[in-house]
Ligand binder design. Structure first.
Ligand code: GDP
Length: 440
């Protein structure tokens, strides 16, 4: 799990509020002290922690809880909002042709992230390729080449050429037909003048639309110095924080982000290409705070169904495209573990006609849903809108792009059809999903 220790400590602190009839100063002080300790242990910048805890204290005592909210929820909401303030909303990733330059120190996970990023765009239907301009680290060329081949993304490199600027120039030309061009640059062991100089020269040649700084979550407070140095030299437009899966110190990287004002774009949560997520602050913080209880699930459900997420009207008219299904899976992801969502649904849906779901069955369903999303990421906009277009050759292409078998693609299409038919049956007000989710 991502930042498990911090999550546990924060949730532990908030547990103290369970059953608290009202919020008095002593309870708030105690909880805020625990939160402070949790954040400092995770290496969040001291100044940020102090400012934040002061604000939590003041707000918890001064602000009236919104109607219907108990004291614990009131404080959780404030902590959530204050954390959002530090971490920021996350970068907006535009799905259009662009050049991205990767910067970061050696070992930060830059090369791996370059390939994962190319794969991300490729799955969204954009042709993506990487340029191997890390001429400093021996092995970087081969590593990126092998990864690109494995992930099925474009690659350009010149083995043995030490001139990173020249490789960048050639590479961008060679990848001219690609929508997304990602330049992997060299890192050093530490911030050195020649590294900064090289970054600036590559920057001048590549004229990138985005400069993503890759930060190893494990470096803690040093993140700040790095972020400033890279920001001053090329101007950072987004941050990729890697290795959040294996560190108790991710708070350092998170606070560095707050200092540079460059939003977090992606997070690396493991070594495999799948362990790479577009950063969504609200989901991230909800997970940290363990906001998986029924009430927040309900609120989430309301939000996600009433916003543009799911087109309820079209749905009720029986127009349920793969895009709707994708959004539905995403909304489910936002809400929390499948088990909790299923248990919220009335009998007959969640309970499958009264039959109890075992943990293994939930897990199997969850895994399948994840797989469905991966497959859909390899489909085009056109196919998502009109799945009838997907015949044998398209199934093959989608299967190759997603790394899943053609049988799995067919299974997804079948699942979609079943859902579509089932939803048509609900038409005519017999079953109002929106109303059902809002019921408290
Ligand atoms: P570079 O020198 O910055 O190009 O670093 P690499 O891309 O070679 O990454 C260094 C090491 O970190 C490799 O062993 C990667 O597999 C590993 N790595 C990268 N991202 C992650 C991540 O998100 N989680 C974990 N656990 N390991 C990662």
């Amino acid at each position: 799990m991502v930042m498990e220790k911090l999550g546990d400590s924060l949730q532990g602190a908030l547990k103290k509020l369970i059953g608290a009839g009202r919020i008095d100063e002593r309870t708030v002080n105690e909880v805020v002290k625990d939160i402070q300790r949790a954040l400092l242990q995770a290496d969040v910048n001291v100044k940020l922690v102090m400012g934040m805890s002061q604000r939590i204290k003041e707000r918890a005592l001064k602000e009236d809880p919104p109607a219907g909210m108990n004291p614990r929820e009131h404080v959780i909401r404030i902590v959530y909002q204050e954390l959002m303030d530090i971490i920021g909303k996350g970068a907006e990733i535009q799905l259009k042709p662009q050049t991205i330059m990767m910067v970061g120190l050696q070992g930060s996970g830059k090369t791996t992230s370059a390939a994962k990023l190319a794969r991300y765009f490729q799955r969204k239907g954009l042709k993506a390729g990487v340029v191997a301009a890390d001429t400093f680290r021996p092995g970087a060329y081969h590593q990126l080449k092998t990864l690109s081949e494995k992930l099925n993304v474009g690659f350009y490199g010149e083995e043995g050429n030490p001139d990173a600027v020249e490789i960048t120039r050639h590479g961008l030309k060679a990848l001219d037909k690609y929508d997304i061009k990602i330049v992997d640059t060299a890192g050093r062991h530490a911030l050195e003048a020649d590294l900064i100089d090289e970054m600036e020269r590559i920057h001048a040649v590549a004229k990138p639309d985005h400069k993503f700084m890759v930060l190893d979550a494990g470096i803690g407070q040093q993140a700040s110095q790095q972020a400033h140095a890279f920001n001053d030299s090329v101007g950072i437009t987004g941050v990729i924080i890697t290795k959040l899966d294996g560190t108790a110190k991710g708070g350092g990287a998170l606070s560095a982000v707050s200092e540079t004002k460059a939003p977090i774009a992606f997070i690396g949560v493991g070594e495999t290409p799948e362990d790479f997520e577009k950063f969504e602050a609200d989901r991230f913080i909800s997970r940290l705070l363990g906001m998986g209880d029924l009430k927040s699930l309900m609120e989430k459900a309301e939000e996600s169904l009433s916003e543009e997420d799911v087109n309820v009207e079209a749905l009720m008219q029986g127009r349920f495209t793969l895009k709707d299904m994708y959004k539905q899976l995403e909304a489910m992801n936002k809400m929390g573990p499948l088990k909790q969502i299923m248990s919220m649904l009335p009998m007959g849906m969640g309970g499958m006609g009264g039959m109890k779901f075992s943990d293994e069955m939930f897990q199997a369903t969850s895994d399948k849903m994840k797989n469905y999303k991966v497959i859909m990421d390899s489909m085009t906009e056109e196919e998502m809108t009109d799945p009838r277009l997907i015949g044998g050759s398209r199934i093959k292409r989608i299967s190759r792009g997603s790394g899943c078998s053609p049988e799995e693609v067919r299974e997804l299409l079948k699942y979609h059809k079943t859902m579509q038919t089932a939803l048509k049956g609900f038409r005519g007000g017999k079953f109002n999903i929106q109303k059902m989710m809002k019921k408290k």
